[in-house]
Design a protein around this ligand. Structure first.
Ligand SMILES: [Fe+2]
Length: 300
């Protein structure tokens, strides 16, 4: 549906232009009525949206989004770019995406290091084979996307349940793509944890191999315990203690980075979600007080 929002409103800049920092919440459309009924500002430093859910949306939803992007800093987390897909990149979508990011003053754009289209959309995020050929191809596509959008992008380490044709480890694949594309990393801490159980590796060792300087922001989320040795990345539950511990470890390794709470199913009232956001804030504060943290000064 084409946008029905007035052009003048769409082209004005958001009021908040501070650098990305602190704690964020993944905004879902179902949260909008509750948000609209609140007079107070949410105790978050930024919001994250999936641009595919909003590009071209007008009417009351378009207006509510515009109000929010004026009040809060925003980052965008893409769903459909299919960075590892076999077909050509969707140039028309990239043009619309660039316009959307500019209109809403997006502070960052991230996408999954996966693919979701073949001839048509697969409606799921599929793992890219961990091969040298895939590294070259995906890195070239990321460069193409960065050129088309006129900005650096961040890719997200994804959860996956099979690794067909792997020639290297997930960590080596991730690092090779980041280096060849020279792009940033959006580190999903829950995905590290879920993958470490499903693929029997050491989450702390994986984290230690992540290039800290490329991490622009982080995700944390809950997952479903299918069995002791099988976790499903649902974003439908509270964050569990081992993932909170891994987030604290991620701050020790990377330094404190802006962090988003993702919740896609079984979404509780906002005040309940904000309690989890508060846990992130406490972990960030504790990490900043740690004299041994990366980047800490020698003297206070
Ligand atoms: Fe994520």
């Amino acid at each position: 549906m084409p946008s029905t929002a007035p052009q003048s409103a769409m082209s004005s800049q958001p009021t908040t232009r501070e650098p990305l920092h602190g704690v964020g919440l993944g905004l879902r459309r179902s949260m909008l009525p509750e948000l609209a009924g609140r007079d107070d500002r949410l105790d978050v430093d930024f919001l994250e949206i999936a641009p595919e859910n909003w590009i071209g949306v007008g009417g009351i939803y378009g207006r509510r989004l515009r109000e929010l992007t004026r009040r809060y800093p925003f980052v965008n987390h893409g769903l459909s770019l299919s960075i590892g897909g076999p077909g050509p990149l969707d140039r028309e979508f990239l043009r619309r995406l660039r316009r959307f990011l500019d209109q809403h003053g997006a502070l960052c754009y991230s996408e999954h290091l996966s693919y979701c289209s073949d001839d048509g959309h697969l409606y799921d995020l599929m793992p890219i084979p961990f091969t040298e050929a895939a590294v070259r191809r995906v890195a070239a596509r990321i460069v193409e996307v960065q050129d088309a959008l006129g900005r650096r992008i961040a890719v997200e380490n994804v959860s996956y349940y099979a690794a067909p044709g792997a020639e290297m480890s997930e960590l080596d694949f991730l690092n090779a793509v980041l280096e060849q594309a020279d792009c940033d990393l959006m580190l999903d801490v829950n995905n590290i944890y879920v993958n470490s159980i499903n693929h029997r590796y050491d989450a702390a060792a994986f984290l230690a191999g992540v290039p800290a300087s490329r991490v622009v922001y982080m995700h944390v989320a809950g997952h479903y315990v299918e069995a002791e040795d099988l976790r499903v990345d649902t974003h439908g539950a509270d964050v569990c203690d081992p993932v909170w511990e891994l987030l604290a470890a991620a701050y020790r390794h990377c330094g404190v980075r802006p962090t988003v709470l993702e919740r896609d199913f079984n979404i509780p009232p906002l005040d309940v979600l904000l309690q989890e956001v508060e846990v992130i804030r406490r972990l960030q504060a504790a990490a900043l007080e740690d004299p041994g943290r990366p980047g800490a000064r020698m003297s206070a």
